[in-house]
Design a protein around this ligand. Sequence first.
Ligand SMILES: [Zn+2]
Length: 328
Amino acid sequence: MAASFSFQSLHADALVIDGHCDSIGHQLEEGRWLGDRHVQGHVDLPRLREGGVDAQFFACYVPVPYQRHGAVTHALERLDQLHLLAERQPDRFVLARCADDILRAKAAGQIAGIAGLEGAEALDGSIGVLRHFYRLGIRNLGLAWNHRNAACDGVAENRSKGGLTEFGVQVVEECNRLGILLDVSHLSPAGVADVLAVSRQPVIASHSNAYTLCAHPRNLTDAQVEAIAAGGGVVGVTFVDLFLNRQNPQAATLDDVVAQIEYLLSRVGPEHVSIGSDFDGCTLPQDIQDTTSYPQITQRLVERGHPERVIRQILGENLLRVLRSVLG
Ligand SMILES: [Zn+2]
């Protein structure tokens, strides 16, 4: 069925929010200034503009060596890089602290960044440090990366069967109080269940796919997907080749991304599906080059006959809804 609207105009007009990337780490560790256009990597401001992306979550991930020593400093250094980007490119980039900041940025032709922490290692066991990260602009928190920390077990902790610790419960409660969006990607199964049970606000899985289509432990079971949706949250389909095709990641394509989107739509409906690329943190499907490939997703969804309204929800409106309900 031919669509009555062009994918280009829809993509340009739609609010596009990507729920996860690791790009700020490349700026810190390799000096790849995100204000300039590069050939390497996946995300910078010029390419976000080309790809029609209006807002991008930037994870202040703490690499494994720093998870044991210097985690707070490393997370602060990544967050500092995000602030530097906003300070030096004020006409093109703003750090969003609430949902309206994202809409204002789009209206002004700017790109909005949403700052996140990926792993409670960066909190060093302190609620005060969490509060201070909030003051510095952190609005998204994943309690664990793949390993165990003071707040929660990650998905690679196969033996312990652990979820939230007592400190982890305090972190969830304080995030609810402050207005920090909780993220269950990378958490152990018990951790996902605990966060959903304790949080009074919607939570997201910023970059995880459906386990039914790709049986990788980083992906979510149908029960997990349904629980996230029941709480009002969203699942962000991710481009990580291994989470699209575990057996043969090199064979992953955009079609696998679309298949994930369509599977989640069939499971939980259009209100609970979003996109979290994991750009600059993963190996991509063969036909996705970088963030400039974003319009191809819209094109494919239009070609597949999805209604314009649903495409807009997936591209950004669902994430905006959740951000508004948590951040204000
Ligand atoms: Zn990740």
